[in-house]
Design a protein. Structure first.
Length: 132
């Protein structure tokens, strides 16, 4: 490892964000989710036009279950990886602060710096890798 805690946290944030983004891209089926959303919207339009049809209501409930299941797969792994990163930073670099040229974040705890950095890098990587 490099002897600079800020660079180590930067590399860790990049690595965690990359792993999460690649996992999301592999597991999270964007086409399947879009198809489910389209079906739900069509069924909702039909339900608004007519009386509540029991079959359509059951179909919406089933599609919502599939949608939540797809989201939960990604959420659980993302949460576990994120907590592991937070644990590593907290126990390795507790007490360190990062001096930033922004007045609000003048002396930022390195754990908060890691969390903010991970979110920013995650957003950029998601856009680059076209992860929804």
């Amino acid at each position: 490892m490099i002897d600079n805690p800020v660079l180590n946290v930067l590399f860790l944030a990049f690595f965690v964000s990359l792993v999460v983004s690649l996992y999301q891209r592999k597991i999270f089926s964007k086409s399947k989710i879009n198809q489910i959303k389209t079906e739900i919207d069509e069924i909702r339009k039909k339900l608004l036009k007519s009386e509540a049809d029991e079959f359509l209501v059951k179909k919406v409930v089933e599609l919502n279950k599939i949608f939540v299941k797809e989201n939960m797969k990604v959420l659980i792994i993302t949460l576990l990886i994120g907590l592991l990163g937070i644990y590593l930073v907290q126990h390795t670099y507790s007490g360190y602060t990062v001096k930033l040229p922004i007045p609000v974040f003048k002396n930022l705890n390195i754990l908060y710096f890691y969390i903010i950095l991970t979110f920013v890098i995650g957003i950029v990587l998601s856009k680059l890798l076209e992860v929804s």
